[in-house]
Design a protein around this ligand. Structure first.
Ligand code: ZN
Ligand code: FE
Length: 242
């Protein structure tokens, strides 16, 4: 039931995640931004195998490595139906489904807004979740396919998880997100949180993962008053040059 997560930077600003179920040694990758980088990380980990791909949505920086990784490892590919627009997929999952990796179970939750079929994977026992491009540290995904109402609902479903839940976001956008957050929120604790983020990035350190508690406290999208306020904030962020 214990999981080990290896997080690594790839492409321009994506994070890749390898996950091992410690009891059985089974290994999954969350999304496939870069097959070469994922194969290198498997090598570096010494874990020696890839059993499962968990796709969050169909975008190329999340599914681009599916075909090669399947060909090289024979792994099973799980994801939302929309992945078939871009890449091979073996098993379609929907809201409430469980996906097993050895002794670990991930619960699928539908979180549309960035794309129509976007899903997240949460290990309830591990108190962690892989949230793709729905929520970022101090940010949220752009509304490429869905409506602001859908995204507001998706963010609130994540916000309903326990505050200690660790959130593995798929991109490092946090410094830019922090500048936007500061434009809306001048509380001293917000300023301190942003300063810590800027300092981490100066040192080249990741700001992912985050937690539900940190996002509840500081994420300007979770802190919107209602769906209309969320929509206005999302539109302002799209045009923000900070
Ligand atoms: Zn995306
Ligand atoms: Fe992405």
């Amino acid at each position: 039931m214990t999981l080990t997560v290896r997080q690594f930077a790839c492409l321009s600003d994506n994070y890749g995640f390898l996950v091992r179920d410690d009891a059985t040694g089974l290994v999954a990758t969350v999304d496939t931004p870069d097959a070469e980088a994922i194969l290198s990380e498997i090598e570096a980990s010494g874990w020696g195998r890839l059993d499962l791909i968990l796709n969050t949505h169909w975008h190329a920086d999340h599914t681009g490595g599916n075909e090669r990784l399947k060909a090289e490892t024979g792994c099973e590919i799980v994801g939302p139906e929309e992945v078939r627009r871009a890449a091979p997929l073996d098993r379609v999952v929907v809201d409430g489904d469980l996906v097993r990796l050895g002794s670990t179970a991930f619960e699928v939750m539908t979180t549309p807004g960035h794309t129509q079929g976007h899903i997240t994977y949460r290990s309830v026992e591990g108190a962690l979740a892989f949230v793709g491009d729905v929520i970022f540290a101090l940010g949220c995904g752009r509304l490429f396919e869905g409506t602001a109402e859908q995204m507001w609902d998706s963010l609130n479903r994540i916000n309903a998880w326990p505050e200690t839940t660790t959130l593995y976001c798929a991109h490092e956008y946090t410094a830019s997100n922090a500048r936007f957050a500061l434009s809306l929120d001048d509380r001293p604790e917000m300023q301190a949180h942003a300063e810590a983020i800027f300092a981490a990035r100066e040192r080249g350190q990741p700001t992912v993962p985050t937690t539900v508690g940190a996002e509840r406290a500081f994420n300007p999208f979770l802190r919107a008053a209602d769906a209309a306020d969320f929509a206005a904030r999302r539109a302002a962020k799209d045009g923000f040059r900070g």
